[in-house]
Design a protein around this ligand. Structure first.
Ligand SMILES: [Zn+2]
Length: 309
């Protein structure tokens, strides 16, 4: 039986789904195989991901393994490019992605394009199930300027918006993160990601990060290696540091009383980026950490729970 008949048989049968360990895994069905005699067969490629059952708001780490060396691997997921990098001679590839809070539960395609050298290309698609996350609602109170800013404050908010749009548009394809992400402080969590909040009974927003109950003056550590993209005071965020970890993944540290890094600095995992505080729109001193992947806020708690190479 030739490779393509074998592949078709795998696709037709319902044996494509395998669960391996704690990771979701599935054999691949090629939707398009343009070149015969390709050395790497789509059926040989295994795609796994963490977390096993991603929900709306989850970061997702894709892992693609191939018995033969691949010269490149690229992906498309929910309208964004997924940047893969390999740290084991082109046989194991990792790429970060995510599903926004607005993503409805369902099956979504991960489109992959593989190059095997000598211009051999394989394109295939996999469908991945996104479940429904469970998030709640609270009321909070903050100083009036944060719900009814004056003209001068509105101008600062506008300037910050331009600055943030510029920083957040930044996508570094290369991987800068290395190994698992680590908590920025050792403290209790005071509010989780995805909570709907009503400020002063008026302004509604969804909590796009994770809050740690730390008093002012606690050192805040980089959750992984990266480059400092932004390090300055902003109206809502207060003193804010944004790190770029590559592959489109950013982490944000807000309400700091002091910033200890400069834009353009390279930081290692665990390095101090600043000191906690209560600057900006904060109900009191705490650390707000946020995770962004290509314009989408993701659940930091999920990112911290991933076991990464
Ligand atoms: Zn927060």
């Amino acid at each position: 039986m030739d490779a393509f008949s074998r592949l078709r048989r795998i696709c037709r049968g319902n044996v494509a789904m395998l669960l391996v360990g704690a990771l979701g895994a599935i054999s691949v069905c090629a939707s398009e195989i343009p070149a015969a005699r390709a050395k790497v067969k789509a059926a040989d490629l295994i795609v796994r991901w963490q977390p096993t059952v991603p929900v709306n708001g989850s970061p997702i780490l894709f892992r693609v393994t191939s018995p033969q060396r691949l010269t490149s691997l690229s992906g498309k997921w929910l309208g964004h490019e997924v940047f893969f990098s390999s740290n084991s001679h082109g046989k194991v590839w990792y790429g970060f992605a995510g599903a926004s809070l607005e993503t409805r539960p369902g099956n979504y395609p991960l489109e992959l394009n593989v190059e095997t050298g000598s211009n051999k290309e394989i394109s295939f698609q996999k469908r991945i199930t996104i479940g429904k996350g469970h998030y709640h609602s609270i009321a909070a109170s903050v100083p009036k300027q944060y719900t009814e800013p004056n003209p001068q404050q509105l101008q600062k908010i506008g300037e910050d918006k331009t600055l943030k749009e510029h920083a957040f548009a930044h996508v570094t394809p290369e991987q800068e993160w290395a190994g698992s992400f680590r908590a920025p402080v050792k403290a209790q969590i005071s509010d989780v990601f995805g909570t709907s909040r009503t400020f002063n009974g008026k302004v509604q927003s969804v909590h796009q990060g994770l809050d740690y109950a730390v008093p002012e003056g606690t050192s805040v550590a980089a959750v992984n290696a990266g480059t400092v993209l932004l390090a300055r005071p902003l109206f809502f965020e207060g003193n804010c540091v944004v790190l770029d970890h590559g592959q489109g993944l950013l982490t944000l540290y807000m309400h700091l009383s002091k910033i200890d890094v400069t834009e353009g600095d390279h930081v290692a995992t665990g390095q101090t980026v600043g000191v906690s505080g209560g600057t900006g729109r904060a109900t009191g001193p705490h650390l707000h950490v946020a995770v962004r992947w290509q314009g989408v806020y993701l659940n930091p708690a999920t990112l911290l729970s991933l076991e990464l190479p």
